[in-house]
Design a protein around this ligand. Sequence first.
Ligand code: ADP
Ligand code: MG
Ligand code: ZN
Length: 478
Amino acid sequence: MKQYETVIGLEVHVELATRTKIFCGCRTDFGAAPNTHVCPVCTGMPGSLPVLNRKVVEFALRAGLALNCEINRYCKFDRKNYFYPDNPQNYQISQLYLPICHDGYAELDLPNGKKRVGIHEIHMEEDAGKLVHDEWTDSSLVDYNRSGVPLIEIVSEPDMRSAEEVIAYLEHLQSTMRYLGVSDCRLQEGSMRADVNLSVREAGSKTYGTRTEMKNLNSLKAIARAIEGERERQIELLEEGRPVVQETRRWDDNKESSHAMRSKEDAKDYRYFPDPDLPPIRIPDAWIEQIKADLPELKEAKAARYQSEYGLSAYDAGLLTADKALAEFFEGTIAAGAAPKKAANWLTGETLRLLKESEQEASSIRFAPESLAKLIGLAERGVVNNRSAKEVFAAMFAENADPEAYVEAHGLKVENDAGLLAETAKRVLDANPKAVAEYREGKEKVLGFLVGQIMREMHGKADPAQANEALRNLLSKQ
Ligand code: ADP
Ligand code: MG
Ligand code: ZN
């Protein structure tokens, strides 16, 4: 079979975290009762007029500047006309001719080095309402709460070549938007939505193949599977000498296959024209300069600082900064008095493990940085041993247990009774003459086994280092 290369470009919608909608004062909160955050503007009533939310422009500028874009200092809104019940005006206010940002790039850290993915443009637009299909009554209901929620659409160049690159790109966007405070970018909740444009071409070819666009991808895993599935489908067509049809396809992650939704529309199908209700926007240089100056420390800069300031490895610094919420948690734990390396260990180890296991993100960690600092203190002062510390941590993670109270309630304090320890050690030695003999033959390793026996006898509440010492003591005397 011929060798093929996959070519991928993404159109990513990001819901902006403004308090109110883009053209009216309705709230944007996710999850409210249907049609409670609506007004004449966002339900498209005749005679109502849109008024642009300044914050939306500011957020779009922040995103664009962080993604190294040029700014159109004179930009406009256009109407994109289409008819669908979730779109009460029968047009969406978007930007076609003069999008606010263009020609930027995202710099990705990939296993084999850095790679730039071009950003073609970023434009501002309003979101549509949501149709809820009620199978019980066999009818469709419409909720306009989301209608008029501000979006930016980030359009990449077709610069990605694999699912790994696409995921790195999306994670870069997520981290950047979260650091900027522009969006929480949750794929599951739809505050970030990625449409995947994909084509294949023979390796070495200079021209692009015909692409399809895939929608309905609501997790990174689904995106990776969809890319694999679509790549195979297109290669199969080409191998059979059949053409790839340019169309929009819907990915069904349960069936792990896609089906054609509609043929691809062109801009002309939408009868775009400048929105006569909204004046063009002029963006003064001073505003751009101010936003640039106020950009927060982003992932890459933070990771470099963690290495130089706290002596963390590049790997750990990368893990801690991948998500702003985790980086803030780390900084909070240090501020509460914990040693940076210890805090880093708990967060990159147990915390990320449990988050992954429960499919959660760092922003949903239930305990406070102060609790982690307390736990680190307890372990450092030898009040609990490592094993108990992990147990306490699990309870903090699951139910926000207070570490000190939990240790108290579950009797996890290390038994500091030297007499009891010596007694137990003696009993363990007496019960294991074979291990003792092996130790005497020079097999130091059996000490580990004997410490384990002491732990068992003392229900996990011995300090391993002390147990070790007690054993050596007795063995040297015998
Ligand atoms: P349209 O205006 O028809 O939606 P665009 O030129 O805006 O098309 O491209 C939409 C997306 O598709 C962009 O992210 C772009 O990178 C991507 N894209 C364009 N051509 C290809 C191709 N041949 N293969 C893969 N992706 C492509
Ligand atoms: Mg497009
Ligand atoms: Zn409204």
